[in-house]
Design a protein around this ligand. Structure first.
Ligand SMILES: CC1=C(CCC(=O)O)c2cc3nc(cc4[nH]c(cc5[nH]c(cc1n2)c(C)c5CCC(=O)O)c(CCC(=O)O)c4C)C(CCC(=O)O)=C3C
Ligand SMILES: [Fe+2]
Length: 312
């Protein structure tokens, strides 16, 4: 009996309790401990969303559904979760895959758009770990234009537009957003901004949204400049130009987590009400079957490229 093909589903990770936040944040900052002020601010944000983030439960459900969907036609796939900033870390999980006898694997990140600073980091970690244990690891680089991914987001946009009155929809701005990155990626020709605009443009065409723009959010607090304009700044400009309705569609995030539940639902919503703007946000995809179908399609595309001889 053939060994199953391993699927390494990679996610950002999240602290399991407030006392894990310091170690987690230090890991995100590549080993540099945050100042007490920065740590208190992050802990405050977790407290504001109820203490911990739902990200782990959502990642587990995404993995369960992905394995179920992949094996629907009797194939043999085994899905493993590897995290970037929390246990179980990517490299440890790749070693566990090899110990389980997995010889071929496909890695995919729960981030649809490629950047050297996000998906590139996950992929490098996974492939270095795979090489060390003699496991063949192919990785999906991006899945931002998969039809099923766009179908899911199109449905979310149509639902959210219903939450505005006829009148508001006459002058409403749809703002697509994603996690900002340090500006220096532009000089590197990183595809992240272009891919985000491709997804945004495709959605605007599907839903016939004429009045839309792209904004960055959740920029890190580091010395160097991060991509802008920031969502809050865009909101100020909307208020100054007479907008009273804005729909936020964070296309760069696939799950409810702190940078949606706090940065958008608390911070951006507060800012909007101070500006007299009716703020709504599209619901996150989380374990939506169409998003899972997009992951499956992206995995099969990479398998096709690599002509895996493994189980089907
Ligand atoms: C607290 C926290 C959560 C936890 C949420 C929870 O517990 O619910 C979270 C989640 C996420 N963050 C995400 C994306 C990114 N976050 C970045 C950078 C940063 N995040 C930070 C904080 C957080 N982020 C911080 C302090 C930085 C700046 C680092 C620095 O000071 O240098 C960067 C820039 C590159 C890098 O620096 O990694 C990206 C692309 C994604 C999307 C999926 C993905 O891309 O994996 C998710 C789920
Ligand atoms: Fe982040």
């Amino acid at each position: 009996m053939n060994k199953p093909i391993g699927i390494l589903l990679m996610a950002y990770g999240t602290p399991r309790s407030l006392d894990e936040v310091e170690a987690y944040y230090t890991h995100i900052r590549r080993g540099n401990k945050p100042s007490q002020a920065l740590l208190d601010e992050l802990i405050g944000r977790y407290k504001a969303i109820g203490g911990v983030s739902p990200l782990n439960e959502i990642t587990d459900e995404q993995a369960r559904r992905l394995e179920q969907t992949l094996n629907a036609k009797g194939s043999q796939y085994k899905v493993y979760i590897g995290m970037k900033h929390a246990e179980p870390f990517i490299a440890d999980v790749v070693r566990r895959m090899a110990d389980d006898g997995i010889a071929e694997a496909v890695g995919v990140v729960l981030a649809p758009h490629y950047s050297t600073m996000s998906v590139g980091v996950y992929t490098k970690e996974a492939q270095e770990a795979a090489k060390a244990v003699g496991l063949e690891m192919k990785c999906v680089s991006s899945w931002h234009m998969q039809d099923a991914f766009l179908d899911a987001l199109e449905a979310r946009l149509r639902d959210a537009l219903e939450r505005f009155s006829e009148d508001e929809r006459r002058q409403l701005k749809v703002v697509f957003s994603a996690h900002s990155l340090p500006e220096r990626i532009l000089a590197l020709g990183d595809p992240y901004p272009k891919q985000l605009l491709e997804t945004s443009q495709a959605l605007a065409e599907r839903v016939q949204i004429r009045d839309w723009q792209f904004a960055w959010q959740s920029a890190g607090r580091t010395a160097e400049p991060w991509l802008g304009p920031d969502l809050l700044l865009v909101m100020d400009e909307l208020a100054e130009t007479g907008y009273h309705a804005m729909l936020s569609c964070p296309v760069g995030f696939v799950a409810d987590h702190l940078e949606v539940l706090y940065d958008l639902d608390i911070e951006a919503r507060q800012h909007a009400s101070q500006k007299g703007i009716h703020f709504e946000r599209t619901a996150s995809l989380n374990a939506d079957q169409r998003m899972i179908d997009a992951l499956v399609a992206a995995i099969h595309e990479v398998e096709g490229e690599s002509h895996f001889t493994g189980a089907r």
